[in-house]
Write a protein that binds this ligand. Structure first.
Ligand code: CTP
Length: 404
């Protein structure tokens, strides 16, 4: 049920807009309060009168309408909602969201809102597959925008392909799932490690790895979205800071360990960082120079083993988090190696993933993981890293809700 939930529905200009009328009705049937913005193009497909009648509220459309502004104002419109839903989300509106344009009321509200956003894309399948749209969708996902669909099916032009808007009932289910999850981790503290570490060789050079931080950052965002007080300890990445998460930036494994220890006590720790196993034992204070003489021997780096953060959190005695979760990055015999790693590190759960080049996990957008706990192996389908993160956060919430 959606009793008392305030949903701001943005209807942009695609033929799927007619389904949004049904969506409004179904949201209201479940007790949701629906306020709508219809874009200029959207109003070519559904009349503001029909939208107003079904939503039983005033319909907003024009950024420069003085009456709208004096009554409510676009900033309040953007914030007076528990969730902003864009259905249908056209390629054009998605592109404007990705660019941060504020060229009409809908895009301005989407830029001005600090509320969670769910979009249901709908467009021709070629437009959906276009690299520009895919890049925009990726940008939005990186900012924590939730996405439902599009789905495969018959499209308006008589063609068939990936581009149909999800059905209103599926959108309602996603909205209900969103609301049932929020607040489940309220009062809990979570610690997440993410990204690579950089181990200095000298002031300008370092040893690193290919981790992008995408999965760890998504996990921190998903835990925070469920209400957890979340600390993200991250190595250098280009990921955007997830909303509502406290961030501690570090470079080396030793600094990561220190920051994690400082964050204790927490209820759950998720170690998603690709920590360098070794550091240079004696990093130089000055840049190592070539002598310039042909045949000069290349420097030899002596390495020292880095502390294992996951193992050390798992063995933190009284400060041990109730749930310690690690990842196992493997390139062969993924599950077998991960089962052994779980034992060796003393953590509760381990998420095993294939990081061989063929799997495209490092730096990629999706991930196929196996969750291994004391009871067995649960193999998840290939999901986007955001979906893996949400599923994991929901599992964590279930676990922490059960008696210790
Ligand atoms: N990990 C850690 N500190 C380290 C090394 C790894 O916290 N110094 C954590 C990672 O965050 C991950 C898990 O341990 O959750 C396993 O990382 P992985 O690289 O798969 O394993 P390693 O311990 O490095 O073992 P190996 O490289 O031999 O497979």
């Amino acid at each position: 049920m959606l009793s008392g939930r305030r949903i701001l529905l943005i209807i942009s200009g695609g033929i799927a807009a007619y389904k949004s009328l049904d969506l409004i009705r179904r949201l209201r049937e479940r007790g949701g309060a629906v306020r709508c913005i219809v874009t200029k193009a959207g109003a070519e497909f559904v009349t503001p009168l029909a939208v107003a009648t079904l939503s039983r509220d005033k319909v907003f459309g024009d950024l420069f309408s003085l009456t709208d502004e004096s009554e409510i104002g676009h900033i309040r419109l953007a914030r007076d909602a528990d969730l902003v839903v864009v259905a249908p989300a056209t390629a054009d509106l998605i592109a404007r969201m990705a660019l941060g344009l504020a060229s009409d009321l809908a895009s301005t509200v989407l830029l001005a809102t600090d509320r969670p956003i769910l979009i249901a894309p709908a467009m021709n399948y070629v437009m959906w597959a276009h690299p520009a749209t895919q890049a925009n969708v990726k940008t939005l996902a990186g900012r924590g925008v939730r996405m439902l669909g599009p789905v495969q099916g018959e499209l308006a032009e008589g063609e068939t392909g990936m581009g149909r808007m999800s059905e209103p009932l599926d959108i309602v289910a996603a909205i209900e799932a969103f609301f049932s999850g929020t607040g489940r981790l309220k009062g809990r503290r979570a610690l997440v490690t993410s990204g690579p570490t950089h181990e200095p060789i000298d002031p300008v050079r370092y040893i690193a790895n290919r981790s992008s931080g995408r999965q760890g950052h998504a996990i921190a965002a998903a835990l925070a979205a469920l209400g957890a007080d979340t600390m993200l300890v991250t190595g250098p990445t280009v990921q955007l800071d997830p909303a509502g998460v406290e961030i501690k930036r570090i470079e080396t494994a030793e600094q990561m360990l220190g920051a994690c220890r400082d964050a204790l006590p927490v209820d759950v720790a998720v170690c998603a960082a690709a920590v360098a196993d070794w550091r240079v034992a004696d990093p130089r204070n000055q840049k190592i120079k070539k002598n310039g003489k042909p045949g000069d021997a290349a420097p030899i780096l002596r390495l020292a083993e880095n502390p294992d953060i996951l193992a050390s959190l798992s063995a933190a005695g009284k400060l041990r988090p109730r749930l310690v979760i690690g990842f196992a990055a493997e390139t062969e015999d993924v599950v077998a190696h991960a089962v052994a790693k779980r034992k060796k590190k003393g953590c509760d759960w381990i998420l095993a993933n294939d990081v061989s080049v063929a799997a495209g996990t490092f730096g990629g957008d999706d991930n196929a993981v196996h969750l291994i706990d004391g009871k067995g192996v649960d193999s998840w389908p290939r999901l986007t890293k955001d979906e893996v993160a949400r599923r994991l956060a929901a599992r964590i919430a279930d676990y922490l809700a059960a008696p210790a």
